[in-house]
Design a protein around this ligand. Structure first.
Ligand code: S3P
Length: 428
């Protein structure tokens, strides 16, 4: 439980945004599959990414980790060994689903488990097509929920049209496809984050991207002598981008924020709502662009958020909803049913928690409607074990009258272990 109060003097100064969670996971996964040494700088030492390291160690990969520096001594996919223990993905959907793709291609038996939230998250979207490729998969409710048991190997390529724009689904099928006989193609309705495609290319994989369709031939090897510099996570930066815009008398700089265009929907929304953002030190020479972003207190107005921008900001909707409570007019968020299958049902948890603070917010089937311009009042909030709901509550406390109590704040360690340290620093 954490007691938080309104900030008197605004947020000022600068912070280094911790490494991107999606890219950190992939650096360990692909480094473990590759032949050769991979070193990773600015790795995110959050609980989710530590779950990925622990899974690959159990598969026999030698991995050294010191906070945000990681070295992976990869010996190729064939060297991964059948573990004597279950693989525990903790709270991490990315670990669960990408591992399923990798494990389906290996001639070994594995069992994946996770925490209470993972046990409620749908896995059929991945286990269905992996079965079609030839993997033998069992799990609760016909392979839709953990625990999931996989006997992999001997896969054939698949032509897969995904009903959801999900990088986890796309990546799982591509990672299985890499080990299959023949060619694998994944088509998605909208473009989801493309870190897998960018990083596989860096590991020497030949893949073809044509709009929202990705294809690759099976039986390709990953090679490494790579040093990966992970940019800051825009999904973590989002909490402070919004804080800087809504807390009076603020001006903060967030350093090394990843600017992959499949992730920058939050910046488009901030701009269209009227936030003052400036960019400096833009770096575009590596596989993932990044820059420093300065945000200042701004007059905001409501907007409609729907369609193909949704996958580009899906993880930022909780903090966008808080921002909308401070904007003039109405903000409508549509086409975001995927929120229901995140670490919590984020339509319910966002609406519940913001209502406790006095916000005018209504849940809809595929999103929410927020009437802005509300003065928030302190309340007892809960993260419900969801890191992004916890951080939304903590940022809300900065503008709410009186005291806000945040229960289960430790969930924030999943993606941003230094969150409160950064918040204290910006409060001066
Ligand atoms: C992620 C993809 C997204 C995102 C998650 C991380 C990834 O999930 O919400 O936090 O690293 O591939 P979906 O693929 O389910 O949309």
């Amino acid at each position: 439980m954490k007691k938080l109060t309104r900030t008197a003097s605004g947020l000022n100064g600068s912070i280094d945004i911790p490494g991107d969670k999606s890219i950190s996971h992939r650096s360990v996964m692909f480094g473990s599959l590759a032949k050769g040494k991979t070193t990773v700088e600015n790795f995110l030492p959050g609980e989710d990414c530590l779950s990925t390291i622990s899974c690959f160690r159990k598969l026999g990969v030698e991995i050294e980790q010191q906070v945000s520096s990681v070295t992976i001594y990869g010996k190729g996919m064939d060297s991964l060994k059948e573990p004597s223990d279950v693989l525990d993905v903790g709270n991490s959907g990315t670990t669960a689903r990408l591992m399923m793709g990798i494990l389906s291609g290996l001639p070994i038996h594995t069992v994946l488990i996770g925490d209470a939230s993972i046990a409620k998250r749908p896995m059929k979207r991945v286990t269905g097509p992996l079965r079609d490729m030839g993997a033998s998969i069992q799990g609760n409710q016909d392979g839709n929920f953990t625990p999931i048991s996989i006997q992999g190997g001997n896969l054939k390529g698949l032509n897969f049209v995904s009903p959801v724009a999900s990088a986890q689904v796309k990546s799982a099928i591509l990672l299985a496809g890499l080990q299959a006989n023949g060619r694998t193609t994944v088509e998605e309705p909208f473009k989801s984050r493309d870190h897998t495609e960018r990083m596989l290319k860096a590991f020497g994989v030949d893949l073809e991207v044509d709009g929202n369709t990705i294809s690759l031939d099976g039986k390709q090897e990953l090679k490494s002598d790579l040093h990966i510099v992970v940019p800051g996570d825009i999904s973590s930066a989002a909490f402070f981008l919004v804080a800087g815009a809504i807390v009076p008398r603020s001006r903060i700089t967030l350093r090394r924020v990843g600017l992959n265009p499949t992730r920058t929907g939050i910046l488009d929304v901030l701009k269209s709502m009227g936030a003052s953002l400036t960019y400096s030190n833009v770096t575009e020479d590596g596989p993932e662009p990044y820059a420093d972003i300065t945000v200042e207190t701004s007059e905001l107005k409501g907007v409609e958020i729907s369609g193909d921008i949704i996958p580009r900001l899906i993880d930022e909707i909780p903090i966008i909803a808080l921002m909308a409570t401070q904007a003039s007019g109405t903000t409508v968020i549509k086409d975001a049913e995927e929120l229901k299958v995140k670490e919590t049902n984020r339509i319910d948890t966002v609406v519940n928690e913001l209502k406790k603070l006095g916000a005018d917010i209504t849940a809809t089937e595929d999103g929410m409607i927020i009437n802005g311009g509300t003065k928030l009042e302190g309340a007892v909030l809960d993260s419900y074990g969801d890191h992004r709901i916890g951080m939304m509550g903590a940022i809300a406390s900065l503008i709410a009258n009186g005291e806000t109590v945040l229960e289960n704040e430790e969930a924030i360690n999943v993606s941003y272990p230094s969150f409160f340290e950064h918040l204290n620093r910006l409060q001066g």
